[in-house]
Design a protein around this ligand. Sequence first.
Ligand SMILES: Nc1ncnc2c1ncn2[C@@H]1O[C@H](COP(=O)(O)OP(=O)(O)OP(=O)(O)O)[C@@H](O)[C@H]1O
Length: 378
Amino acid sequence: MEIITGAIIACGAMYVAEKYEPLETKKIKHTFRNINYKVGDYEPKLIRIRRKESWKEYIFNVPYGLIDDPKLQPILAKTLHKPVHVYFDGKLHIRVYKQKLSNKIDYNWHIADGWTVPIGQSQDKMIYHDFDKIPHMTVAGMTRQGKTVLLKLILAHLINNHPDDVQFNIIDLKGGLEFGWYDRLKQVKQVASNVNEAYALLSSVLKQIKSDMSRFKKGGYTNVLDTNISTRKFIIIDEAAELVPGSHLDKEEKKIYRYCQHAMSEIARIAGALGYRLIFCTQYPTADTLPRQIKQNADAKISFRLPTEVASRVALDEQGAERITNIGRAIYRTHEKHLVQVPFIKDTDIKNKLKEWIVDDANTKMDPTPRENIVTFG
Ligand SMILES: Nc1ncnc2c1ncn2[C@@H]1O[C@H](COP(=O)(O)OP(=O)(O)OP(=O)(O)O)[C@@H](O)[C@H]1O
C-alpha cells in the first residue's frame, strides 16, 4: 500500500512539475526534441538553474555521446528571442540573457591597467585585450564594419594611458587618409601610405629589431617583461591585402612586396618578446592576405562581419563572423571567445584629446627615425 501511495505521489509531483514548468524551460526541451538533440530515447536532463541579475542559466546532463552542437546556440536564440550563450564542460550550459547587447557603446577615456585595451562589451562585462599577455592581433572585417574605429580606439587609448612609453609605426594603405593627422603626434614614429613607404618603414623596424635582439642577448634577457624596458612598439598594418604581390607586377616590384611579407612575418615570429606588437588588419582574409606565419603567431583574432563562412574560418578558425549583423559588433577570439560591441570613439574626439601631443619637429618625436634607415624606391 505504502509503495503504491509513494508511486502516486511521485507521478503527481512529476505531472505538476511538467505542467507548471516555466515556459522558457519548456521551449528549450521542445527545441531539443524538434532538432533531435538526443541519443536514441535518452534526452538531456535539466539538473539545475542558476540565476544572475542579467541572465538565467539552464544546466543539463546530456547522454553519453552527445556533445554541444554549433547549431544549438543560433536556434535557441531565435526560438527564445533572446541572446543565448551555449557552452559545454561535461554538462550543457544554456545561458539566456535578459537584454540584448547594446548596438552602440561610447568609449570613456578611462585609465586601464598595464597594456590593456577595452576591446568590447560582451553580454557579461567589458572585455580587455592585454598586449603584454598576447602581443599580436589580427583584425578582419568587411568594409565599413568598424576596423578603423577599433584601430583608432587602440591607438588613442594607449597614447592616453602611456604617453611616454608607446610608439606607433603605421602602414595606412588606404592612401594615408585615415592616419595622416596622427603622423604629427609625438608617439607616432612614422606613417607609410604606399608600398614603397611601407617597405622603408618595415626595413627600419626590422633593423631596430635586430639591434634590440643583440642588446637582449648581451643582457641575457629573453623577454621584455623581464626587463625594466617600459616602451612598447606597435606596428599597425591597414590594409594588408595591399601588400600581396599581384601577378601584374614586374620582378623588381614583386621583390618589394615579398620583402614586406617577409618583414611582417618576422615581426610576428620573433619581435613579441622584444616588446613589438603587431596589429594586422584586412578586409579580405584569405591564405594570401593573412599569411600562415602571422596567423599562427597572433593569438588574438578579432573579426567584424565577413561575407562568408570560409572567410570567417580563415580569420577566426571557425564560422560565426558571417552571421554578425551590427556595425561595431565583433568576435574576439583568444583561448576564449566573446561576442562584443567595440566601444565607439569619434575621430574629432580623439584629435581633441590628443592634440597636446602634436610635435612640429619630427626630431622631437620619441625615438626619431635615423635618416639612413629611410629607403625609397621609384
Ligand atoms: N564600434 C562602433 N560602434 C558604432 N558604430 C561604429 C563602430 N565602428 C564603426 N562604426 C560606424 O561605422 C562607420 C565605418 O567604420 P570604419 O571606418 O571603422 O569601417 P572600416 O571597417 O574601417 O571600413 P573600411 O575597411 O572600408 O575602411 C563609422 O564611421 C561609424 O559610423
